[in-house]
Design a binder for this molecule. Structure first.
Ligand code: PAP
Length: 317
């Protein structure tokens, strides 16, 4: 990573800056705000763009941070690997009983960009995740016929979730933000991988252009009807559930294994990476926690921005 940071330091110096949430600054690159010199950083996005090689059989799980990434990683990992690791009855050696979903499905912008041999040789389909905006995806992903699942979430819950996450992981050198300051930054589009609205819109438009390759889902809809969404996901990923599996409760087995309660229990202790505890990815797991944080005025402002930005698009929460 130090080599990567050094390789792109001249480009970094030319980028506009804003106040960061967890790091001192965020940097504007190709229309989006990124952290620098962290595991998920603008330098790594540049490196991925320069080096990452997609395969047509790959699966990519794309999200803006705090939109349900961890949940989606667990569901897709369990679904795609259900013949190797049974979900009903549950295999005692199932990786999700001991590992954080982030360790089962890596982000391309954290380690895969170096094309580690283990990933290069991984059996097919390879499952990866990314927070990279659609317009900044490596060309090899756009050129391949791989499948992309995009999960988005109500902006108000993303804001609240990100506020708590940032409070837990903020660098010591970076002064804390009040909720009001966080709200101001979020409304201006300043958050890691934001603006929120552009990120969502980019993938939504991509899903309309390429519906056979891009599936657009919302966290709220997944919470409301996990069963049908999990079946839909499996069909889209080319591994639909058989009638026998449905009768035998495999779909419910996957949903239970990946439930917030189960994953939180498994991830009570330990770290995903050095300095990032497993438990920071499991806070409340609810729809609508924003009502406990946003004033009526804040809520109205975000509703208005969302209405303007998503005008004419079929996106609702
Ligand atoms: P990431 O992008 O940094 O990986 P991500 O997983 O997208 O984070 O977001 C974490 C949110 O998903 C948390 O929401 P909250 O702060 O509002 O509580 C977390 O609780 C929630 N979450 C994690 N696992 C699950 C799950 N299995 N089901 C539903 N929500 C979950």
């Amino acid at each position: 990573m130090a080599l990567i940071f050094d390789r792109y330091k001249d480009r970094l110096a030319t980028l506009p800056k804003e106040r960061g949430w967890m790091t001192e600054n965020l940097y504007m690159y190709q229309g989006y705000w990124h952290q620098s010199m962290r595991r998920i950083s603008v330098e790594n996005v540049m490196a991925v763009q320069d080096t990452f090689k997609a395969r047509p059989t790959d699966i990519y799980l794309a999200t803006l941070p705090k939109s349900g990434t961890t949940w989606l990683k667990a569901l897709v990992f369990a679904m795609v690997n259900r013949n190797r690791y049974k979900c009903k009855p549950l295999s005692t050696d199932h990786p999700l009983l001991v590992s954080n979903p982030h360790n089962c499905v890596p982000f391309i912008e954290t380690k895969v960009f170096i094309n580690m041999p283990t990933y290069a040789d991984a059996h097919s389909p390879r499952i990866f995740a990314t927070h990279i905006p659609y317009t900044s995806l490596p060309q090899s992903i756009l050129d391949s016929s791989c499948r992309i699942v995009y999960l988005c979430r109500n902006p108000k819950d993303v804001l609240v979730s990100m506020f708590h996450f940032a409070n837990k992981l903020r660098e010591k050198s970076c002064s804390p933000l009040t909720f009001e300051e966080t709200f101001e930054l979020f409304s201006k589009g300043v958050m890691p991988m934001g603006p929120y609205w552009d990120h969502v819109k980019g993938y939504h438009e991509f899903s309309l252009e390429c519906s056979e390759n891009v599936l657009f889902l919302t966290y709220e809809d997944m919470k409301r009807d996990a069963t049908n969404n999990v079946k839909r996901l499996a069909k889209f990923l080319g591994c639909p559930f058989t009638k026998e599996e449905e009768v035998n409760g495999v779909v419910q087995g996957i949903i239970e294994l990946c439930s917030f309660e189960n994953l939180r229990e498994v991830n009570k202790q330990g770290n995903v990476f050095e300095g990032i505890p497993n438990n920071v990815f499991f806070r409340e797991g609810n729809v609508g926690d924003w009502t406990n944080h946003l004033t009526d005025e804040m809520s109205q402002i975000l509703d208005q921005i969302t209405q303007e930005k998503f005008q004419g698009l079929d996106i609702s929460f």
